[in-house]
Design a protein around this ligand. Structure first.
Ligand SMILES: *Cc1c(COP(=O)(O)O)cnc(C)c1O
Length: 419
């Protein structure tokens, strides 16, 4: 319960804002001065090579956004009207919407506590309930790689294709390999708040030249080889601009530096919170995160009462306890930006009728009511893990440019919420 008063931050402390270095402008200017103000040009060629090399895939195709890359990945995965597709549940809706663009029907697979990513046990359950599913979409949340080996083994067993959403985890590794190498089709994003940015943009990653060429063709309106505009397939205007590619080109050399800054932020929070009844978001012991966002989760018995409707939150302040709403509101009051955990897709009004599978099976009752976060599985843990993390967790200000002093004050403010 907050009783202490602080002075507000003079400059807003952001969740995660772009961090520019100067070369971005140089390459943008180069595009301008050579008049390659288009979706063709040197910056595009360069960033495709640089990213493919960094990640360790043969081809990276530069596109207008991570969402565009996911959409083309759904087409490559062969999703057809009415096909059910298993999807990460606790994620940004950009992971899932492209399934619907192709007429597919997302079925959500619950989250596990170890990495906050898709639960392999729930995925196995999902295949028991829906044995015909052939595509699985997996995101690595907040830069922590998921349980890739387990998920891959299950997908192989069921001959399912993996679309890997590494939008948040660029630069993170699992067993020494970069995220973005594990999907049949993988994507990254250069959205403004990601670990490196083009202001917007994304890439599709593949080892197959034919696939790369298909994506290039689809993303430029599917023009056939002919003297006129000839079309045999539906096309899209999804190619990255050479100006945006200039920004990406300037940013890519700073990926590791940004990750080191994000890691230092994570570790400072972990140290600062070690005597509070909270935990940091998990890392995967089999890999190295990129620490994109630092998050915390409040111990169950340190949660004050909190209710969330579809668009409002209320809480009752209590001595010695706090909740995500109180912390987020208090941070905002002092000009610092936190964010709730991604609200799970199965809780979203738009996906309310879709399937949802927890580690014990079907997570929806027959009448489609929720098995609520209060429902406990045989192991004594909440059955709906995503809902539980959403309820007790939050994302902390994780901006590269946040100073140690600013971060210490963020930590103090959060301490005060628990007084
Ligand atoms: C940012 C993000 C995307 C989408 O990327 P855009 O480039 O913004 O379209 C997809 N999935 C996840 C998990 C993301 O965080």
């Amino acid at each position: 319960m907050i009783t202490k008063e602080f002075t507000a931050f003079q400059n807003k402390v952001w969740l995660s804002s772009p961090t520019m270095h100067g070369d971005e402008l140089k390459y943008m200017t180069e595009a301008f001065e050579t008049n390659w103000m288009s979706t063709v040009g040197k910056n595009i060629n360069e960033v495709e090579q640089m990213a493919a090399e960094k990640i360790g895939r043969k081809y990276a195709v530069a596109l207008s956004s991570g969402t565009a890359a996911l959409h083309l990945a759904m087409k490559l995965a062969g999703i057809k009207q009415g096909d059910k597709v298993f999807c990460s549940d606790m994620t940004f809706d950009a992971t899932v919407n492209p399934v619907v663009y192709e007429g597919g029907v997302p079925v959500f697979v619950d989250t596990e506590y170890d990495t906050w990513n898709m639960d392999p046990v729930a995925l196995e359950k999902a295949f028991e309930i829906y044995p015909d599913v052939k595509v699985v979409i997996v995101a690595h949340l907040y830069g922590t790689p998921g349980k890739i080996d387990e998920i891959k083994a299950i997908c192989d067993k069921h001959s399912a294709v993996i679309v890997e959403d590494a939008a948040e985890s660029f630069g993170a590794t699992y067993k020494g390999k970069q995220t973005g190498t594990f999907g049949n089709f993988s994507i990254i994003s250069y959205n403004g708040n990601k670990v490196v940015t083009g202001s917007s943009g994304g890439m599709l990653l593949t080892d197959d030249l034919e696939v790369a060429n298909k994506v290039r063709k689809w993303s430029t309106q599917s023009r056939e080889n002919a003297p006129w505009y000839q079309h045999e397939e539906i096309g899209y205007n999804y190619r990255m601009s050479n100006v945006i590619a200039g920004v990406v080109r300037g940013q890519l050399p700073y990926l590791e530096e940004h990750i080191a800054q994000k890691k230092a932020i994570y570790e400072r929070y972990r140290e600062g919170f070690k005597d509070l009844p909270v935990k940091m978001n998990p890392l995967n012991t089999e890999g190295v995160a990129n620490y994109w966002l630092s998050c915390l989760i409040i111990d169950e018995d340190a949660m004050c009462k909190q209710v969330r409707s579809e668009n409002e939150a209320l809480y009752i302040a209590e001595h010695g306890k706090s909740c995500s709403t109180e912390i987020l509101e208090t941070l905002a009051k002092y000009n610092a930006e936190g964010r709730p955990i991604w609200k799970p897709m199965h809780m979203q009004p738009i996906y309310r009728m879709n399937g949802f599978v927890t580690r014990e099976g079907n997570g929806r009752c027959k009448n489609n009511a929720y098995i609520s976060g209060g429902t406990v599985g045989v192991d004594g843990l909440p059955l709906d893990v995503g809902m539980d993390i959403f309820e007790r967790g939050l994302c902390l200000p994780s901006d590269n440019k946040m100073t140690a002093n600013e971060q210490d004050k963020v930590i103090e403010i959060i301490w005060a919420c628990f007084e």
